[in-house]
Design a protein around this ligand. Structure first.
Ligand code: TRP
Length: 334
């Protein structure tokens, strides 16, 4: 608990261009949580260097992501929006937690297996201990809840195991976090292969709508989106392509799938696809305009970065000092 509220932590990487899936599936819903929770949203740039990055590009993208958090409606007075790399406790706690995490546990992580297959020339130790840094992110703020997608559930489970192990040895040091189970948002799939999640790392640019795509590009990508042969706008598992488009349309308009089926009853994909495209354009246009405005106000963004980094540093230090004391480190010299 912090300021009488439960604590919520989540983070996103700034690698790759963010997609409509990131927005509708996560960011848009984060905005609704700040009244109920004390929220920490980090740009996890330390995780990003587990794969090789161009430094200038990493810096630019991290700032763009932080700006997007604000543009999406996260009030930086109410939510702590900060760069992971600017708060020293993440690396410090991660080291300690490394010593309470087993090789076998990390070897079982499916993301590690996937990423080491994909980056076979750079299977570094950071890639291996990535989940420990993620555990440090969460435990450092004594987070009660963590909104994460399915792909990060295994990492959250490991975080819970590490917290419980540590608490078992030293007493109640860490809050054991739960997955956030409220409405987490729509699960948006690839426009070219609806069995896969829409991903910023997809090689096919037609598979994803990027948040900064212009209206023509968006309309074109929806026109090319794969559907199926039935030609009816029905919300059914047997039609995963059209189901995904209905999900997107619903997430953008607030309508239910039944309403959408009725709206397009007797109409074909030729009418439905452009309607989805327009709904997405209507959502992204104001978002893009806010990003453009914020980018002009460098001093404001700089002040948000500074104030929130200080706030995060302050709260995280409390946990870190406690942990350092528990494991037997001498008191910090000021
Ligand atoms: N690993 C997460 C992802 O790639 C990002 C992340 C890092 C995160 N630290 C976190 C998410 C802590 C939730 C909580 O999606």
């Amino acid at each position: 608990m912090l300021n009488g509220k439960k604590v919520l932590f989540s983070g996103m990487q700034s690698t790759g261009n963010l997609t409509l899936g990131n927005y509708l599936g996560a960011l848009k819903n984060w905005v609704t949580l700040s009244d109920e929770y004390e929220c920490f949203y980090s740009v996890v740039d330390m995780h990003s260097i587990t794969v090789r990055q161009d430094p200038a590009e990493l810096r630019r993208r991290a700032r763009a992501l932080l700006t997007l958090y604000i543009a999406a409606g996260l009030d930086p007075e109410k939510n702590c929006i900060y760069y992971q790399s600017q708060v020293t406790g993440h690396a410090e706690l991660a080291w300690i937690l490394n010593c309470y995490t087993y090789m076998g546990e990390l070897q079982r992580m499916t993301q590690f297996k996937d990423k080491s297959a994909k980056h076979a020339d750079n299977i570094n130790a950071g890639l291996f201990t990535y989940p420990v840094l993620m555990a440090a992110d969460i435990l450092l703020y004594q987070a009660d809840v963590v909104p994460v997608g399915k792909d990060q559930m295994q990492h959250l489970e490991l975080t819970r195991d590490i917290a419980q192990r540590f608490n078992g040895i030293y007493g109640d040091v860490f809050t054991v976090p739960e997955a956030y189970i409220g409405k987490v948002g729509a699960r948006i799939m690839s426009l070219q292969d609806p069995s896969k999640k829409m991903s910023k790392s997809d090689e096919n640019p037609n598979a994803s709508i990027y948040l900064m795509d212009d209206p023509d590009t968006i309309m074109r990508k929806f026109k090319r989106a794969v559907t199926d042969s039935e030609a009816a706008v029905r919300y059914r598992d047997e039609q995963p392509g059209i189901k995904n488009l209905i999900d997107i349309y619903c997430a953008c308009t607030g309508k239910t799938p039944e309403e959408v089926e009725r709206e397009f009853d007797g109409k074909g994909y030729g009418e439905f696809k452009p309607a989805v495209g327009e709904a997405v354009v209507d959502v992204l246009r104001p978002l893009q305009a806010r990003v453009a405005d914020l980018e002009k106000d460098k001093a404001y963004i700089d002040s948000v970065i500074k104030n929130n980094a200080e706030k995060a540093q302050y709260f995280s230090n409390k946990t870190l000092r406690k942990v350092q004391k528990k494991v037997g480190f001498p008191e910090r010299i000021r």
